[in-house]
Design a protein around this ligand. Structure first.
Ligand SMILES: NC(=O)c1ccc[n+]([C@@H]2O[C@H](COP(=O)([O-])OP(=O)(O)OC[C@H]3O[C@@H](n4cnc5c(N)ncnc54)[C@H](O)[C@@H]3O)[C@@H](O)[C@H]2O)c1
Ligand SMILES: CC(C)CCC[C@@H](C)[C@H]1CC[C@H]2[C@@H]3[C@H](O)C=C4C[C@@H](O)CC[C@]4(C)[C@H]3CC[C@]12C
Length: 369
């Protein structure tokens, strides 16, 4: 909470501040960063909700801009003390071309780093992803691992490849001299699958369930654990890391941290049912209805259809070979690195996270109840 004894003097910039995670980071900063003087929210598409934030004690500056445009980024970064770079193209469904994904995720990150160097901004927090590690193309399971767990991180899909490249750039930039001669301090946060208010894929599953008469059909065995973390806790971790990076540069600079909380280890679908169940949906079958080989075939067919139809229309269903492989490979984390390095404790308990997410699903139009 804002402490009235603290002096407001810091300027923060959040790129992608109108996205699913970005909005939570913006709101969390306003609630929990008492030294904030100005908050710049940079995004390709600005949300109307920003207007309501402009009446508080912090100056909220909305900047419509594109991270792929170096001059726009430099103008937004100039004078900021801290940059939280969450902007990214999150696409595992083939909606955008690989070139566009690289342009936004890699070139956009380069632009942010160079802007910090040129303008003298010293602290950069990058929103990376668990996908930088895995699941890899071999489908190796990563079972309750931590930041030091050996794992063959080999990818082919543009999204994880671009996130891995961008993360590397951010970490390599740690220690570079910025304008004025002081060193840049960077670190990267790697959320697992984020859920919570505003989660588009949860929305999609909910509406799919409604279309199917209140049912969803199991596709992945319940035993395949999938890492999930509540958006409020991911946002809180960003706020904390940005604050502590300024005090503990030697320890935290150049480090990566998985984002974690007390969300239970479950399969992707069973986890979603924690929220969709109380909203009237049910998951049919204790075992997958369709055999895995058939799912693979359907996924390959979807990929083929996407390619064939591309000149005419965008066909981008949830099921494709990549999403199937990710959903069917266990990837969960068990770590306390963030607690050890900067005192992170989740702000929201599992019960809170669950209740908040259920309320949000219930508030969606056409609740199944
Ligand atoms: N959603 C997840 O489960 C998840 C998990 C791990 C990491 N992440 C990472 O978290 C970050 C935020 O993801 P999200 O789920 O909130 O996605 P999102 O799509 O909701 O938000 C991304 C934001 O970036 C903005 N953006 C995209 N291209 C831009 C550009 N060229 N210039 C400026 N802004 C641009 C979008 O307009 C959007 O507001 C991403 O970097 C993503 O890789 C997400
Ligand atoms: C039809 C089914 C077989 C598959 C449906 C689920 C599928 C769309 C889900 C499963 C796992 C999801 C990914 C996972 O939660 C983690 C991330 C990391 C993040 O950086 C971006 C989103 C992503 C890739 C999720 C996308 C949706 C996935 C693949």
């Amino acid at each position: 909470m804002a402490d009235s004894t603290e002096v407001r003097e810091l300027v923060y910039l959040v790129t992608g501040g109108c996205g699913f995670l970005g909005e939570h980071v913006v709101r969390m900063l306003l609630q929990r960063e008492p030294r904030l003087l100005e908050l710049r929210v940079f995004d390709l598409h600005l949300g109307a909700w920003l207007e309501e934030l402009k009446t508080g004690p912090v100056q909220v500056t909305a900047i419509q801009g594109d991270v792929t445009q170096a001059h726009e980024v430099a103008a937004a970064v100039a004078g900021a003390h801290v940059v939280i770079h969450t902007a990214g193209l999150v696409d595992v469904f083939g909606r955008a071309s690989p070139e566009t994904i690289y342009e936004v995720n890699v070139q956009g990150t380069k632009n942010v780093i160079e802007a910090c160097v040129q303008t003298g901004t010293r602290f950069l927090v990058y929103t990376s992803s668990m996908e930088v590690v895995g699941p890899n193309i071999k489908g190796h399971h990563f079972y309750r691992g931590n930041e030091d767990t050996p794992y063959e991180a080999v990818h082919r899909h543009p999204y994880p490849c671009s996130k891995a490249q961008a993360e590397r750039l951010v970490l390599e930039a740690n220690g570079r001299k910025v304008h004025g001669g002081l060193p840049l301090v960077t670190c990267a946060l790697r959320p697992t699958g984020i859920y919570g208010e505003g989660h588009q894929i949860m929305r999609d599953f909910y509406h799919q369930g409604l279309r199917l008469g209140g049912r969803l059909f199991r596709t992945i065995p319940a035993s395949v654990e999938h890492g999930r973390v509540y958006v409020g806790n991911v946002a809180w971790m960003h706020v904390l890391v940005a604050r502590e990076l300024q005090q503990r540069a030697a320890l935290m600079g150049g480090q990566v941290y998985f984002c974690y909380d007390q969300s239970p280890y479950k399969s992707y679908e069973d986890f979603n049912m924690e929220f969709l169940g109380p909203c009237g949906l049910r998951l049919v079958e204790t075992r997958p209805l369709v055999p895995y080989w058939l799912l693979m075939l359907l996924a390959a067919l979807n990929a083929l259809l996407q390619w064939l139809l591309r000149p005419l229309l965008l066909y981008a269903p949830l099921l494709n070979p990549y999403t199937l492989a990710v959903a069917n490979t266990a990837f969960t984390v068990n770590t306390d690195k963030a607690r050890r390095h900067f005192g992170y404790e989740p702000l929201f308990s599992w019960e809170d996270s669950r209740t908040r997410t259920i309320r949000w699903v219930q508030a969606m139009e056409g609740s199944a109840r």
